[in-house]
Design a protein around this ligand. Structure first.
Ligand code: HEC
Length: 469
């Protein structure tokens, strides 16, 4: 167990979500744009069409400045946010995939140097050599994507790894190829919006403008159709049973699905319009498409991450950083029973013993009861990874609370307010497919109930006032 960051204003996992949705948008853009540009450049070389280089130069400069710079920054941001939000989860991934990540960074190096070389050698090296650079860029960026997909899909379906502990088994897991397919198709949709954006900026009279817009929109439409088919026919069937239990549950906050469907439909309509009326394409349309896609990606990626709840690595380590299953191949055994006997407090390096927990009334809603202070520590460890457990992560913007499944609100919804009621309810949370049982002793559970009762009471007047508005 490691320390874990609750978050400030919003929950720590929302920092992860915001950063990574942006990273997904631009990183997929760079990969698919590399293939799209390769296609355009091949036509330029084979058909000797000098004008197409105009588009390529603009596209490459934009990618270099926007996608690579901000994409790489957001990539670092993912490391920072995930490490703060779930250090043990990240640690487990690193221990399994350190060489895979090493390989990925080499690919990324090729990618970053590649785009710089690609942009600055336009017109300075022979056309054939430049085309080779385009190939290197396309292959290098696809390499980084593939390696990351192996690690991402591992978390949802670790597959044979749960028996063998072998990293390669974990990498080539049951949803590896389906997810590669899914991302491969959808990334062309993002690139289509990019191509429209760049091409729409070319002078109106430029005679290849309409053609490039048509290519872009066409490839985007194909990507959209291919992506939806891959989702329905290949990815969905590969999902484990557990994920099917989560999909319709309250674990996925509304309106996630409407946002995704709206994103798909709006994007399809935008691409069709561009395809049919390329002359009327404007940059703002393409920018609008990017914004819509950001929303859809946010919803889709978050759903993918929630499907494996209550675990970070399905069937192995939970979101609250406890090992729930044995992994004999790696000499790891479940921590649940041991911690139920010894208690959480004082048994893990970063969870202090009860006697070491100072009472800080600011953190315990004014209460100077040491049991409430103990309850707060337990709440952070046991529940904080998936819930707002204090007002610290319940920012409200224009009346909309941006909390993460606030426990105060959930308990109010069930009309649970006394310590006894809450304590009894905590005994059964494992009945939901997205939660593990409470881990620790009965006294610790009671302390948690006491803390939650205070938290619920604190939030009650606010919620009542909001309801009365
Ligand atoms: C792995 C993530 C995760 C952890 C850890 C977790 N929860 Fe939950 N919990 C959820 C999700 C997802 C929901 C569904 C949200 C909703 O109902 O809106 C939920 C719902 C709840 C609800 C409402 C259930 C209902 O009646 O519908 C309560 C109460 C609750 N959690 C309490 C807790 C407590 C207490 C802890 C710590 C001991 C905890 N949770 C730990 C994910 C988690």
């Amino acid at each position: 167990m490691y320390p874990f960051w609750e978050g400030v204003l919003i929950h720590s996992t929302l920092y992860v979500a915001i950063t990574s949705a942006f990273h997904v948008l631009v990183s997929h853009l760079t990969v698919a744009a590399a293939w799209f540009n390769l296609y355009i450049e091949r036509r330029a070389v084979m058909e000797n069409r000098e004008e197409l280089y105009q588009y390529l130069k603009r596209s490459a400069l934009g990618l270099l400045v926007f996608a690579y710079v901000f994409g790489a920054l957001a990539g670092v941001g993912i490391w920072q946010t995930t490490t703060a939000a779930n250090p043990r989860g990240i640690s487990t991934l690193i221990h399994n995939f350190v060489f895979f990540w090493g390989a990925e960074w080499y690919m990324f190096l090729i990618d970053v140097i590649g785009i710089i070389a690609y942009y600055y050698t336009f017109g300075r090296v022979s056309k054939q050599t430049h085309l080779r650079l385009a190939w290197i860029l396309a292959l290098g960026s696809t390499g980084t994507l593939s390696i990351i997909v192996g690690i991402l899909s591992f978390k949802l379906t670790p597959g044979l790894w749960l028996q063998t502990g072998n990293s390669l088994n974990g990498f080539f897991n049951p949803t590896f190829w389906p997810q590669i397919g899914l991302r491969f198709f959808f990334m062309f949709v993002i690139t289509a919006a990019w191509a429209l954006f760049v091409a729409a900026g070319l002078p109106k009279g430029f005679f290849e403008r309409a053609k490039i817009i048509r290519y872009g929109a066409g490839i985007g439409i194909l990507g959209l159709i291919g992506g939806v088919l891959t989702w329905l026919l290949i990815y969905q069937p590969a999902l484990p049973q557990h994920a099917w239990a989560i999909l319709p549950s309250r674990a996925i906050p509304q309106p996630t699905f409407p946002i995704i469907y709206f994103g798909l439909i709006a994007t399809a309509a935008g691409l069709l319009f561009a395809f049919l009326a390329p002359d009327r394409q404007r940059r703002v349309f393409a920018l609008g498409a990017m914004v819509v896609m950001y929303g859809a990606i946010f919803g889709a990626e978050r759903t993918r991450e929630v499907l494996r709840k209550p675990d970070v690595i399905a069937g192995y380590i939970s979101s609250n950083q406890l090992v729930f299953n044995d992994l004999p191949a790696r000499n790891v055994s479940s921590e649940e029973q041991r911690l139920n006997e010894t208690g959480m407090l004082g048994s893990l390096p970063f969870v202090p013993a009860a006697s070491q927990i100072a009472v800080n009334p600011r953190m315990t809603f004014g209460s100077s009861d040491p049991e409430v202070a103990v309850g707060r520590v337990i709440a952070i460890q046991q529940c904080g990874s998936c819930h707002s457990i204090s007002p610290q992560t319940e920012l409200s913007v224009a009346g909309v609370a941006l909390d993460l499944r606030s426990q105060a609100k959930l308990l109010q919804m069930r009309n649970l307010s006394t310590v006894d009621e809450i304590d009894a309810y905590l005994g059964g949370i494992q009945g939901f497919p997205y939660m593990h049982p409470f881990v620790g002793t009965l006294e610790e559970r009671r302390a948690l109930a006491k803390y939650l009762a205070e938290f619920t009471q604190l939030s009650a007047p606010q919620t009542a006032a909001q309801a009365g508005k």
